[in-house]
Design a binder for this molecule. Structure first.
Ligand code: G3I
Length: 333
């Protein structure tokens, strides 16, 4: 249905290897169903702390396990530069970073990692979540912005562009994305992301797309029209968009009303993507509530995914009405 709607895929994040879901045969069977998931995003294993645990000592073994488990799927590789899941050699260096040394370390990480995976990545989220929330948007305070300044974002895309141009392992086909949340409707943060796209392009640096994370709350999700207009505002800057981390959480326990609202919210986001030709795909941030990040971060909330295991981990999965909401949106119903 996603392909019939002109999209590349419906995809999902998966926390493989290393967490419970990787060892849950029912989860894995559902993940492997290529008719549901034509794309996979590593929830954690391609992040900085795993891929470069010591400076210039790379470890792609976990990522290789992920890729093997995802055979046949496109991969949105995630992510190269973020404030979280950093190795201690970045966050607590033995010699304090200078602008020059941290820029070199960051760029080395980006170039070597993109070149290693080459065309096995459909895209890379080059920089993740660089902007703050609120009425006035600023650059998030992290080791990169503190040491290098806001320019770290452009410098990251510059390194990624070099890696793509080198075409090592077919890297020339890799698309470069900026990925963030709370940029799914118009506002200061979406404007900041749009200004970033313009700035990067004006410098002759490559940026191919924007990841709209779309971690939503049932009942306070932007309307289809709002999301569509926002996607079109990005596309007007000559970039693709992807819904990269869709989930719709609600207060536990779910009620008939909140679950019905959740279906509408899933439907609206996917419908907005269907209406925008350069919204090239939709990815859910995992599909099974059993392994969702939501309850750990938002106590009392959950039920945000499109499937669950009513009898607990390692038991059969059930598709929720939200799954049908996605399907109906792709089918144009
Ligand atoms: O694997 C260890 C386990 O051995 C240990 O016992 C346990 C104790 O806390 O931690 C486990 O690691 C956790 C890891 O997820 C695997 O489950 C980390 O603590 C936890 O911080 C990590 O959370 C991830 C989070 O990013 C990090 O901020 C989530 O899985 C992942 O879903 C989440 O994904 C992010 C995207 O990358 C960016 N957008 C937002 C999204 C949701 O926060």
């Amino acid at each position: 249905a996603a392909k019939a709607a002109g999209k590349l895929w419906l995809g999902t994040a998966a926390d493989i290897p290393g967490t419970g879901e990787a060892a849950d045969p029912y989860y894995i069977t559902a993940f492997n169903n290529i008719h549901d998931f034509g794309e996979a995003t590593p929830a954690n294993i391609m992040k900085f702390e795993f891929t470069e645990p010591q400076q210039n000592v790379f470890d792609f073994s976990g990522a290789e396990t992920f890729l093997a488990a995802s055979a046949g799927k496109a991969i949105r590789c995630h992510n190269l530069v973020w404030s979280q899941e950093l190795p201690t050699w970045i966050t607590a260096p033995t010699t304090p970073w200078t602008n020059a040394t941290l820029t070199a370390a960051m760029q080395n990480h980006i170039i070597k990692t993109i070149q290693y995976f080459g065309d096995r990545c459909y895209s890379w989220d080059v920089v993740n979540e660089a902007f703050t929330d609120g009425a006035v948007t600023n650059y998030t305070s992290n080791i990169f912005s503190q040491t290098i300044g806001p320019a770290y974002v452009v410098l990251a895309f510059d390194a990624a562009t070099q890696a793509v141009k080198s075409n090592v392992n077919g890297s020339s086909s890799v698309k470069l994305y900026y990925n963030d949340y709370n940029i799914e409707n118009a506002g200061a943060k979406a404007t900041a992301a749009q200004n970033l796209v313009k700035d990067i392009k004006n410098r002759g640096i490559q940026i191919d797309g924007i990841g709209l994370e779309s971690h939503f709350i049932a009942g306070s999700t932007p309307s289809k029209a709002t999301q569509q207009a926002n996607m079109e505002a990005f596309v007007a800057l000559d970039v693709d968009v992807v819904v990269t981390e869709l989930d719709v959480r609600l207060n536990l326990p779910p009620t008939a009303a909140t679950e019905a609202q959740q279906v509408v919210d899933y439907y609206n986001t996917v419908s907005a993507c269907v209406a925008v030709p350069r919204c090239v795909g939709v990815v859910v941030w995992d599909f099974d509530d059993t392994y969702s990040w939501i309850p750990g971060t938002f106590p009392g909330q959950g039920y945000g995914d499109i499937m669950y295991q009513p009898n607990g981990a390692n038991t059969p999965l059930v598709r929720k009405a939200a799954y049908d909401g996605i399907l109906e949106a792709f089918l144009g119903l």
